[in-house]
Design a protein around this ligand. Sequence first.
Ligand code: ZN
Length: 399
Amino acid sequence: MAYGGTKFELRGRVYWPRTPVERLQHFCPRFCPWPDCPAHHAAGRPTGFRRHGSYATRRRPAVPRFRCAACRRIFSRQSFAVSFYLKRPELLLPVAAGLQAGSAQRQIARSLGCAPSTVTRLSARLGRHSLLLLARSLRHLEGRLQEPVVLDHFETFEFTQDFPFGIATPVGRHSWFVYGLDPAPHARSGARSPAQRARLAARPLRPRRGGYVASSSRVLRLLLSLRSVHRPLDLVSDGHPAYDRAVQGCGRPAAVRLHRFPNPPRGPKGAPRSAAAIARDRALFPVDALHALLRHTAAHHRRETIAFGRRLDALMERLFLTVLWRNFVKGRSERRPDLTIPAMRLGLTSERWSWRRVLARRLFPGRENVPPTWRDLYNRNWTTPTLPFNTRHRLHQAY
Ligand SMILES: [Zn+2]
């Protein structure tokens, strides 16, 4: 079967195999896994790979090896697996599921009998994999986006509430598909005590990278690249001025129709909603539902919790995993039950995916068309200066 080829990419569907590569009887590489090899970017028919024996592990009796004719280097079937280089590959699935089941990392480690740092590392790998898989899905939507998109920022913080940031979450009005994520670090607002002000002044500065406006502009650029050429992009927002400024600054204001639903004043808890409040809630429902889901399923985004995210990069990795789960794994509504998934509404797939299927293949960053911000997040370049260590992701082989 073609992996990353075009044979199965007809009618806008993402070709994504059901069987994990580790279980394939007759595996045939389609490209070289070494990123600096000319055969790495090959697509279509496989050429220039010869069998080069095999090796045995405790789990698999014979893992086939191959030699690349272009670079003369050797690789194995395992180079194409998400579990590549892992000592405990069996942990990937339960960790992915546990991260979306409201568990914090130490709780997952306790249940699975592994070190908490193992869960941290797997969470990062799962996040990077989800980011690339989402980028690949978006490639299939280019020129096909017709539904209105609801855009709002999800508020959270890294390490301490002194370092807040919003995360842009564009959600399809009808499909509920999450089209991406984009962080927007901003200054802490609200009243602060003198002690809090002194503590904040002593903290190292962190780059703002344009805050809400730049974040909204990046999302707008992404959405415009997906927009159907026959109609303008309908963008629904809560009236935050950043969205107006992003639309004005996008260079193609005629290509975007901005629908504003400002947050109206609301009475005391339990008071009936005004007509304006009902209209706002109806228009922004898909994004409000996503934010409620994030607060409900991700332990570090709960209100009243001692779990919290330490660094923006790691938070974003875990959120990409959540978005992938939202788009491809979780049914739209479990209460009704509506077991279709957002990606089915967009024609990206014909069925729900299991975690096993999500992790069926490894993706290579050099072969995917990834937005620049996402590539920075993939490499862990949005560092948290207040932390003593900020390791960038520079691994090629261990990925
Ligand atoms: Zn090669």
